[in-house]
Structure formats: C-alpha cells, structure tokens
Design a protein around this ligand. Structure first.
Ligand SMILES: [Fe+2]
Length: 244
C-alpha cells in the first residue's frame, strides 16, 4: 500500500463515523455479544474513536526475536493504552474529524495528545513493518538505500546506532524528506518526525521502538542485540511502499 492510500485510509476521529487504519480494517472490530446491550453513550464514544490495529501475525510470530509475552503485553496493554488515552485526550480537547497525521502535525500539541497520539501512530507503524516472512529488499529500495547511505550494511548499522544511542526511551526512524532523500534519526519518548517539535522532521517509513517494554523480557539490558535482531524481521516491501 502506498503512502497516499495509507493516509487516505488511516484513522480518523470523526463524529458518527468509524474509520480504521489501513493496517487494521475489518478484523479489528470487536462485535458485542448478542446478549450484550451497548449503551448509547458507549456507542457514540466508539464512533468517534481511534481503534487499536490488530496485528497482521500472531503474538508468537517471532520466537527468535521477540517473545510472545512481550508481543502480547506490548500490543494489548501498551498500544491499547495509548489508543484509549488518545481518544480521551481528543475528547477533552474537542478535536474530531482529523487523521492521526493531521493531529500530529498540528502547530501546538497538548501533552496528552503528543504522548498518546505519538504512541498510537508509532506502534501502528512498528507492527506494520515487521514480518515473519522477510524476503529482503526489492531492487528499487536497495538501490535507493545505496544511493542515500552508501550501502545496505551502512544503512543498517546507522539505524541500529540511532536506536542504541537514544538515551532512555524513544524510537529510531527511517524517514523520507520533501526532496525524496532518506535519512535516519531518533526521537525521545513517543515523539516522531511528523511532529513540529522533532529535531529532524520527515515522513516515517520505518520505526523501531527502543522502549524497554519492547525488548526487556528477552534481552534485558542488551538493546543492541534487540536492534540487530529486529532489523532481520523488517518487512522491506512495506517500507518501500511507504516511499512516495
Ligand atoms: Fe512500545
């Protein structure tokens, strides 16, 4: 899916309409049990909310890279938590009818929307660009990476270094600039390069979570090992499809 389609399909907070991210679609909908009554207030809240994208693979998809318990907690607790808190913050700020990208590129982001909107967007991208069936880069992407970074090896080393050097919690990114050039950067906490507070802005095409909750059960303090391994399960087709 290309970037245009991703943006078109991505989540919106719209009164009376539920639009689910491109990564999600129908399988993420939670159908109420037949005997369950949905109160009008709850139904209205759901219709104006962002929805947690389901994973495109199982929690046990990466036994050699990320353990199933980490995957489950990360997705069902952390990502769900960001989603819930984003919805609450948007309601508090009376913001609706915007895509997550439109929200994150606003001039002034309330702290709760910055943190939880970032958490929602960042994790949605993170899950989407992983795969248990990695088949390597397309020739087009490999050529672009060689042009911008010198070699595929240099690119991967720079990406791993960006994640390793991030002090505390944050993310390592591959982004595309307005002039189509790719660059690697890092952001703290749940910030991302879409935000105007970012040191280096750009359109993210790949994001790696370096919060301890992403790797600590399996890797403890060895963030570098996590980075080396997660780069091996990147879905390069998805990454390439995000380039404009
Ligand atoms: Fe995370």
């Amino acid at each position: 899916m290309n970037k245009r389609k991703f943006l078109k399909n991505t989540v919106m907070a719209t009164t009376g309409m539920t639009v689910v991210p491109s990564l999600v679609l129908s399988s993420c909908k939670t159908e109420p049990k037949k005997e369950e009554t949905v109160e009008p207030e709850a139904a209205a809240a759901t219709a104006t909310s962002f929805v947690l994208p389901p994973l495109p693979y199982g929690y046990d998809a990466f036994p050699d890279t990320i353990d199933a318990m980490t995957m489950e907690i990360h997705h069902s607790k952390h990502h769900q938590g960001y989603t819930n808190k984003l919805n609450a913050a948007l309601k508090e700020a009376n913001i609706s009818g915007k895509t997550i990208e439109e929200i994150l590129t606003m001039d002034e982001l309330p702290t709760a929307i910055r943190n939880n909107g970032g958490g929602f967007y960042n994790h949605s991208l993170y899950w989407d660009i992983l795969t248990p069936g990695n088949e390597g880069m397309s020739e087009t992407l490999a050529t672009k990476i060689t042009e911008d970074f010198g070699s595929e090896e240099a690119f991967k080393n720079e990406l791993a270094t960006a994640g390793a050097k991030r002090f505390g919690s944050g993310w390592a990114w591959v982004c595309q600039d307005g002039d189509k050039k790719l660059h690697i950067c890092s952001t703290p906490n749940q910030d991302n390069p879409l935000m105007k507070v970012a040191e280096q802005m750009g359109t993210p095409i790949l994001g790696i979570d370096v919060w301890e909750h992403a790797y600590y059960l399996k890797y403890q303090n060895k963030r570098g090992d996590y980075l080396q391994n997660i780069i091996k399960i990147i879905n390069w087709d998805k990454v390439g499809s995000r380039m404009s």
